[in-house]
Design a protein around this ligand. Structure first.
Ligand code: SF4
Ligand code: SF4
Length: 379
């Protein structure tokens, strides 16, 4: 990938914290979000910066374990640890936290977090049966709209919501375009670079800036492919990483895979392709947001057929040679669902499949390396 664009990404990342500070000093707001089920469009419509807060680093986990059980998903412990130790600038900037009842560990953790900052928890249905659950979910979204209006002192009109939907759709489109450059075989970009770009642009206060940069990177990658350049040589095993979300600090499996001679070309998780769905711009914004967000195929949904459809589309689209399915320790939903994913991948695609259960620490790195190397030899 063009190193100048990585430098530009770093410069905007460094400037970004100051941009958020300025935005707040001018009397505006920032809202922290813990999951991709909550519509960030409502924050954007109120001129508040939406900030993704799911923790991806090991550092605050020890502090979190003073209040939370050790045997809990590292994402939940990291998220709470950052809040409890007041070490995440984005948590600090957030005037209110928007969370949702996804898995048991997360929703109970939010009860503790509400002692630190105001937390609004959306009651997320656990099934995507629209007949039963769309109306209550719409009510949740209307209720969140009122809470954001009270917090920001800004009325969220249908028109503002419509504009926010358009802007966030443009961001999702740019993300998809960026991820799709890796459909080229060989890919012009490494999986490590892809994680870095997706992670850092997620915090950008200026959404347009993030959209432009992702499109610029996609242009440059497409040009590389046209001129026959690639990040890895032809024949490098192409891996789809499925399962739990990752980010900088929780991307060790991507590093081990690529250091062992593979290229992670596709990310099925909620920090990857699950963020690329378009909201219908022709419908009433609340209806459209409710339908699209409730459709996210995360394992907290039961059943979760949409995930198999997504895997189906991605395995074919990215010409994948193998699937690595990642589960954070103590994440029961992804852990149990791994069985169905394995069956689906082996029966339908006859592809090598590896399930990994780990946490954010480096303690099992060598053990993982041995398993991953053995897996890559099967390809
Ligand atoms: S894995 Fe599911 S519950 Fe966890 S952050 Fe992603 S969408 Fe939310
Ligand atoms: S990875 Fe699993 S346990 Fe962790 S927050 Fe997401 S759904 Fe919950």
């Amino acid at each position: 990938m063009n190193p100048d664009l990585l430098k530009k990404l770093q410069q905007i990342t460094e400037q970004n914290v100051m941009n958020i500070e300025t935005h707040k000093k001018e009397g505006n707001h920032a809202i922290g979000f813990y999951c991709i089920y909550a519509p960030t469009e409502l924050a954007v419509a109120a001129n508040a910066i939406p900030l993704p807060l799911c923790g991806t680093r090991q550092d605050p986990i020890e502090a979190a374990e003073e209040s939370l059980p050790r045997n809990l998903c590292p994402l939940i412990k990291s998220s709470y640890g950052f809040a409890a130790t007041d070490t995440c600038p984005f948590f600090k900037f957030s005037d209110i936290i928007v969370a949702d009842t996804t898995c048991d560990g997360k929703k109970k953790m939010f009860e503790l977090m509400s002692d630190i900052k105001p937390v609004h928890v959306l009651q997320l249905p656990q099934q995507q049966n629209f007949e039963l659950f769309l109306e209550p979910w719409k009510n949740e979204i209307e209720n969140l709209k009122s809470i954001i209006e009270q917090t920001t002192g800004t009325e969220i009109t249908r028109e503002k919501m419509g504009d926010a939907v358009k802007l966030m759709n443009a961001e999702r489109k740019a993300k998809k375009r960026l991820m799709d450059v890796a459909m080229a075989n060989p890919s012009p970009i490494t999986g490590k670079q892809m994680v870095e770009i997706l992670f850092k642009t997620g915090f950008f206060a200026d959404k347009e800036q993030g959209i432009d940069l992702m499109n610029e990177i996609a242009d440059s990658c497409e040009a590389r492919t046209r001129s026959g350049e690639a990040a890895y040589k032809a024949g490098t095993p192409r891996i789809l990483l499925a399962g739990v979300p990752i980010g900088l600090g929780s991307d060790k499996v991507v590093h081990i895979l690529e250091d062992s001679g593979a290229n992670v070309v596709a990310f099925e998780n909620c920090t990857g392709y699950k963020q690329t769905f378009q909201v219908d711009e022709t419908k009433d914004p609340v209806d459209a947001l409710a339908e699209q967000y409730l459709s996210v195929p995360c394992s907290v949904m039961s059943p979760n057929h949409g995930r198999m459809d997504l895997l189906d589309e991605m395995i074919t689209g990215f010409s994948v040679d193998g699937v690595v399915d990642l589960t954070w320790q103590a994440c029961h939903t992804y852990n149990v669902e791994a069985h169905q994913v394995q069956r689906f991948i082996e029966d339908r695609f006859q592809l090598p499949y590896l399930h990994i259960e780990t946490d954010y620490s480096e303690s099992d790195t060598e053990q993982l390396r041995v398993r991953i190397e053995a897996f890559l030899e099967m390809i």
